[in-house]
Ligand binder design. Structure first.
Ligand SMILES: *Cc1c(COP(=O)(O)O)cnc(C)c1O
Length: 392
């Protein structure tokens, strides 16, 4: 395929106008790393300015009563409806993914006191592995790498989209299999939310966490989210007994009495500025519609794999991402022994931002709202040049 064919795909792309909704101040740069840090939506600049100038600057502490106290839940509903396929009252925007994973993992372990093993993939995202390693060590649990849950398994931690390969798991089937063994599963949706349709309710998921700065474009350090299925909320207890999880918070009473609902997983004061950015990102996905986004995303990654076959496979690269579009998310990973050097060369000599994942993966993310088909074409053209050490 030549570049003109990619341009033609952009001309008929009904999501193309969404690219204008993002700050893109350097048209020469090919940014294939939106799966790591999504672009800045223009609306976020406005919305955050308003939160700063009016809500904080002008209203000051009165803003807590104006709505700040409920922001974690209110924006949780936006995510639940537009991105996660959850019901009202099941999602909270708070803390980091790591902290939320810790909270839900401990809650799940405490709910299965007679069981003594946990299951996680050895290729899982590092923070997820570390959290489980820490808990296993502190609690004397057996950590089963890559195993299947057994009748002694309390907890499984799984990613819906694998951060390395982009492989998409079967949410409903995997959840059902883990539950059949009597284990609770915490799903990490970090590389899936805003990239693939998610139906937490329909898939029967109990627990999930995820970050907002990848495909949800909420910016560095924006708060993450947690999901607890309504029917599970009263049985599960957060290990962090904070005042935002307290039933009558402002009675400031002597003993902790947790809220009966999702709010019991809220620890401390909400990061209001970051939550405002989460709302903008989640609303963009809701407006574009995740099904339309998925259709375009599939076409983008299909083009990527075609270009891989034409240019990179003959140079000794291998493809880590599944070829079946139903089995992959929105990023594509290609491997060669000199991947680290290639990423650096692509960045420094070809003006292409990707990322390197050890030991030999170049990962290219193509968020469908701001990525054009020509960007995919240019990304592979530049990677091809970097691999051949040809001038740009
Ligand atoms: C990005 C990512 C995280 C990030 O965790 P933070 O606590 O936000 O730093 C966690 N898990 C997975 C699978 C991720 O892809």
């Amino acid at each position: 395929m030549d570049r003109a064919a990619a341009e033609e795909l952009d001309r008929v792309d009904e999501l193309a106008p969404f690219r204008d909704r993002f700050v893109i101040d350097d048209p020469k740069l090919v940014y294939a790393n939106g799966n790591s840090l999504g672009r800045l939506p223009k609306a976020t600049v406005e919305r955050v300015s308003e939160v700063l100038a009016y809500q904080w600057g002008s209203r000051l502490a009165r803003s807590w009563d104006d709505g700040w106290l409920d922001e974690a839940q209110r924006v949780g509903e936006v995510l639940a409806e537009g991105v996660l396929g959850a019901r009202p009252g099941e999602v909270l925007v708070c803390d980091s993914t790591t902290v939320n994973l810790y909270k839900l993992a401990v809650a799940a372990l405490d709910a299965r006191p007679d069981r003594w093993s946990v299951v996680i993939s050895s290729g899982e995202f590092p923070t997820d592995r570390y959290v489980l390693q820490g808990l296993s060590q502190k609690r004397g649990l057996a950590l089963r790498w890559d195993g299947e849950p057994d009748n002694d398994t309390a907890l499984c931690v799984r990613s819906l989209v694998d951060f390395r390969t982009g492989e998409l798991a079967d949410l409903a089937a995997r959840t059902a299999a883990d539950r059949a063994a009597g284990a609770l599963t915490v799903w990490d949706l970090s590389h899936a939310a805003g990239a693939v349709p998610i139906d937490l309710s329909g898939a029967g998921v109990d627990l999930a966490v995820g970050c907002t700065y990848k495909y949800l474009c909420a910016g560095p350090g924006a708060p993450a989210y947690l999901f607890v299925r309504a029917e599970r909320q009263e049985q599960l207890e957060s290990p962090i007994w904070g005042w935002f999880g307290q039933r009558h918070q402002f009675a400031m009473g002597p003993t902790y009495d947790p809220q009966p609902d999702i709010r019991r997983f809220h620890a401390g004061t909400s990061p209001i500025v970051g939550i405002a950015a989460v709302e903008v990102g989640a609303s963009l996905v809701a407006e574009a519609g995740i099904d339309r986004m998925r259709a375009k995303s599939t076409a983008l990654t299909t083009l990527a794999i075609d270009l891989f076959d034409g240019w990179l496979a003959p140079l000794g690269f291998t493809l880590a991402t599944p070829r079946d579009p139903q089995q992959r998310g929105a990023h594509v990973s290609v491997c060669r022994h000199d991947a680290a050097e290639l990423c650096a060369r692509a960045r420094d000599e070809q003006y292409l931002v990707t990322d390197f994942r050890p030991p030999e993966t170049v990962r290219l993310g193509f968020p469908p709202l701001d990525t054009r088909f020509v960007d995919v074409w240019d990304a592979f053209d530049r990677l091809n040049r970097a691999a051949r050490r040809a001038p740009g």
